[in-house]
Write a protein that binds this ligand. Structure first.
Ligand code: NAD
Ligand code: UD1
Length: 337
């Protein structure tokens, strides 16, 4: 029996495939390589010494997805495949709604057809939108602030309806906070196309000399130093959270949402200083206007995942910075090298 990983060539998917293989699972990856390269899968094989099956398949192509299910004995699905750039989702919302939601509907329909009812879904802290207070627990009112976040909430609701319609479904909705870092081997990591939107890849590219300086978006937030506060979590911890969620859905039915975060907030300036301390690289920066749509402070209450998934984030900020930097130094052009 295999675990099907949609979007398995991407950043979080590749780290999760690696953990699944190391835990002894067979892995089948489906990815259209829209935002990733097949090289990440070769690297996983290099690191683990284990094989996985790969299908370059578009999730919106029902016949092709069906073929994957027909050719493999799938036991459960870990569903990462989706578009994730918030700004782009505001500019071209239909593309986001279509890709993320229709892709999930097709996947669920085929799972139903093959009698497979176990799924771990990549949701996001984006479902919370502007938090009323921090830390954020799973049961606060949800209110995503952009089309990307709304696709995540809509999919969560679709999956909850599936469970109501048929209680043999078993679904874990994992709401990630800010995944950063890379596998300590330096062989797989985040490979953003173009200029990064997110803080850590921007910092590593400044350190590498690819970008001149970091622009810090706003220094007048009601936080300790005025810059935005987030819950950064090592991608390997996120991947291990999937392993725990897979164990849970394989043994119990039900649907549950879980925050995957550390529970600690770091400001942008604290991140710049942490990176300097860990790597010895000074990051030149300048303060600029806040980025529209950003919130002051967002970090998780991870108690539910600790108690119900038996999972806790183990890696600290120093490791996150060192691993992100090793990946950047070893792969100046990402997975293209
Ligand atoms: P990623 O872009 O690196 O990986 C997503 C993968 O899905 C890519 O390899 C892409 O090619 C593939 N894909 C997209 N649409 C597809 C389709 N229609 N058919 C087949 N493959 C398709 O992103 P990531 O950072 O690894 O994120 C994985 C998931 O986690 C996404 O659903 C994302 O929304 C969610 N998430 C990510 C973050 C983050 O900060 N990285 C935070 C919260 C949630
Ligand atoms: C962003 C997404 C969020 C997604 C998350 C996961 C937006 C509005 N939100 O979150 O939906 O789930 O990524 O990856 O895009 N910053 C700078 N300069 C930069 C980049 C970032 O100062 O060049 C600051 C931001 O203002 C923020 C912090 O760094 O305070 C983190 O930003 P980022 O890494 O983009 O993550 P989020 O905005 O939290």
């Amino acid at each position: 029996m295999s675990i099907l990983v949609t979007g398995g060539a991407g950043y979080i998917g590749s780290h999760t495939c690696l953990e699944l293989l190391n835990a002894g699972y067979k892995v089948v990856v489906v990815d259209n390589l829209n935002n990733s390269k097949v090289e990440s899968l070769s690297r996983i094989k290099e690191i683990t010494g284990k094989e996985l099956s790969f299908y370059k398949v578009e999730l919106l192509d029902k016949n092709e997805v069906e073929r994957v299910f027909a050719e493999n004995k799938i036991e459960a699905v870990v569903h990462f495949a989706g578009l994730k750039a918030v700004g782009e989702s505001v500019r071209i919302p239909l593309y986001y709604y279509y890709n993320n939601i229709a892709g999930t509907l097709i996947l669920c329909e085929i799972m139903n057809k093959f009698g497979i009812h176990k799924m771990v879904f990549s949701s996001s802290a984006a479902v919370y939108g502007e938090p009323q207070s921090v830390p954020i627990s799973e049961n606060v009112p949800l209110g995503p602030a952009n089309p990307y976040g709304r696709t995540k909430l809509m999919i969560e609701e679709i999956l909850q309806d599936l469970y109501i319609s048929s209680p043999n479904w078993s679904i874990a909705l994992l709401r990630y906070f800010n995944p950063i870092g890379a596998h300590p081997s330096g062989k797989i990591g985040e490979d953003p196309s173009g200029i990064p939107n997110n803080l850590m890849p921007y910092i590593t590219q400044v350190a590498a000399g690819k970008l001149k300086e970091l622009h810090i978006f706003g220094n007048d937030y009601p936080t300790s130093d005025g810059t935005g506060v987030r819950d950064y979590i090592h991608v390997v911890d996120i991947a291990k959270g999937h392993l725990k969620a897979v164990e849970k859905i394989l043994t119990q039915t039900g649907v549950g949402a879980y925050n995957l975060g550390t529970g600690k907030g770091y400001s942008v300036l604290e991140m710049v200083n942490a990176f300097d301390r860990a790597t010895g690289e000074k990051i030149p920066y300048k303060m600029v206007a806040p980025r529209p749509g950003d919130v002051a402070s967002c970090y998780a209450d991870p108690t539910k995942a600790i108690e119900e998934l038996d999972w806790i984030a183990e890696k600290g900020m120093e490791e996150m910075c060192l691993d992100a930097w090793r990946w950047q130094k070893n792969n100046p052009n990402g997975n293209g090298d």
